[in-house]
Every structure is written in structure tokens, then in C-alpha cells.
Design a protein around this ligand. Sequence first.
Ligand code: SF4
Length: 422
Amino acid sequence: MMAASRLPEIVAPAGNLEKLKMAVRFGADAVYFGGGGFNLRAQADNFTPDEIAKAVEFCAGHGARTVFLVNSFLHEAEIPAAREYIASIQRFPFDAVMVSDPGMLLLLRECGVTAAVHLSTQMSTLNHLAIRFWRGAGVSRIVLARETSLEEIRMIRDHCDAEIEVFVHGALCISYSGRCLLSRYLSGRDANRGDCSHPCRWHYTLVEEKRPGSHLEIAQYNPVASPGGRSVAGTEILSSKDLCLIGRIPDYVSAGVTAFKIEGRMKSLYYAAGTARVYRDAVRLAGTDEFTRRLPFWKEELDLVSHRPYTEDLFNEFGSGGFRDLPMVQKALFLGYAVSAGNGRTAGVKAFNPIRRGETVECIYPIEGDIRDATLHVERIVDGDGLDREMARPGETCRITFDRDVLAHGIFRRRLVDGTDR
Ligand code: SF4
């Protein structure tokens, strides 16, 4: 096992304050999030100033670092607004700010922001000379292009001691990380300004020029033969697989990676917490025999968050390239989490999907050495008015009594059969 001080960080996505807290509780060493502007997720629940203050305070109290995103590309006319925006967030003691645009880096320094600067993957940094350039410009950490191979990371490490961060999990683009005009052309929403409508994930059919209403199905995959796959017709011919480097963690740790980043600010609280706990545990155990023993568990856990078919092999580096004919995979439904516990078998549970009296659910916890996950039976549901209920509905917080003790911050889920819920 590596010495604790040298463990690479797990940097988790925080689409809102609730997700941020759970990602940290489940093992994230750092979280990245954006405010009201100039970050590459226009559709995320971006943080208000009040939420930013709470996020910074929570992270400081839990030993986690904050990375604040100002990573959109600046158009000329936006410079005054960017200056104002920076002035409005300058008071927050972030550990780092993330930029893509060198102009934004200059503005941050001009405005007196002293936090460390991380460079986004959007700058497609692939070699140690580019890293040397960015370090000279005051950048302390470089998030490498996803297109950097493991061998290239080793070569970069041979040439420089800069902090390097790599994406370890989550969605990929069919273009160089987000540098894509597909969304802008097809829906008027610009991926380079944080507003991608993901047309590469849309389902496409074939239409013959003289028969405009007649859509011919392209049989890319067979839903019947796809356990856990969504039953959809058509094809996602432009859609990439999702990245999942869990089995390669020891290689990346020994290559000298400083931090592993998980993609997905738009994804669920369950995703943020579940992926953070798996990768935190895997990095902790890298280089030990226990890594190999626990790998099947981590793989199963990552299979239980919604995802497209996984790949660890962007460039057929490990000889496992090729396309598998599976659509989006969803094998578990996120039900909710324990907002309060400590009363034995009863906990306050915030529901995100219906939780029914009499059903059996799974509960996952942060991994602190042992895996404490449990299967629980829902015995009683009491709403905020003290009334017994058959079901906790999405958005409600109810007192739920299980057949065994439940711990604080447990996340509940239900396994799906063939991608469907009952
Ligand atoms: S359309 Fe697809 S490939 Fe293009 S930026 Fe969006 S997610 Fe990436």
C-alpha cells in the first residue's frame, strides 16, 4: 500500500451542494464545481454565492479541497463581465481555480486571485513541453488531454515533476474533449460554452431523400440481448463508450499521476458518491494483493451506476478496442439517502425515486477499510405529519424503519431487472 501522504487525489464532480457533501463523505479528496457563469456546464445546478460559501466551509471542515471552475472560453465582448464575475467570487478561499482560456488566467491574476490554477483538459495538453509552458505561466496542475496514453504519461513524468491529473471515469467525446461543434450546429447550443445538448448520444435512423417521413431503423444493437440495457430502437452511431480505468489504477499510480478526476457534474448524487468511494478505495489498495481481490466488487459497483459500455482503451493501447453492441446500461435505481440516522433501525430518508413499504433495498456506505453495504427490508414509512405511508415519493423526506440498523449517509438503491423497474 502506498504511504498516505503520497496517495493520488480523487477529484469528484459536484453538480450541487448536496452532491458535493455526499461525494466528500464517500471519499473524494477534492471536488470541482462552478458558480453562476463562465464554467463548462451551463445546464448544471450551478452554485449561488451562499452555496459557494457553504461548500467551501464544508470542505474545509472535512479535509477536502475545492476546485472552482472558470473554464469556459472567453469571447472578446465577455471580458468586462468576466472581470465582474471574478470580483464577485474573489472573496472565497478556493484551493484552486480551473481555467481553459489563457485570457481567463490573466484576468484572475489581474483581479488578485491567489488560489492555485489548474488547467482544464480542454487545452489538450499532451506533452511535457506544453506543461513547461503552462507552469511558466503560473499554472500548478495540468489536467492532461484524455487522449494521452499511459505510456505518454510515463514519458511526461520522466521529464517533469508537475502535478498531473487524468480523467479516470465518465463520459468521453468523439472529438478532442469537448472541442466539438456538433451541438452548436444541430441545436444551437455550444459545447465550448458549457451548453452541449449531446447530439452524439441521440438516436439516429436512416431517411431516404424522397421519403422524408419514412425512418429506416439501423440495427446497431439488440435490446433483447443486452442485459441491463435500455430498450430503444435505432442507433447511437456517434456516441462513444464511457471511460473506466478501475482495473488500470496501479499502472497510473506508478506512472506518477497526482490526481484522478471523475467526470459527471450532471450525474446523480448516487453516481458522485458511488464512484468516489470506489476509486478512493482502489487508489488506497493499489500495489497490494487486496487490490486484485477487491477488483470484482469495484467493477460490479461501477456497473450499478448508469453508464454506456465502458472502455479503458481509447487508442487500443491495451489491445481491447472494438465496439460492443450495447446501449446505455442501468442496472440499479437510486432511491434516496439517509439525511439523518443514529436511531437504530430508523432513519430520515430523502427519496429521489419511490420507496415502498415491504420492499427490499440495498444500502451502500463510504468504504473505510471494510465494506459495510447491506440489504434491508423496508418495514415502516412515516411522513412529516407523522402518518403511516405505503410509499415515500420523490422529493419527500420520511422516517423509514428497516429490519436492521441503518447508518448515517447510507445511499439506497434497488436493482433493476433487464433495465426496468418492476
Ligand atoms: S456533442 Fe458529444 S462529442 Fe460533441 S462536445 Fe457534446 S458530448 Fe462531446
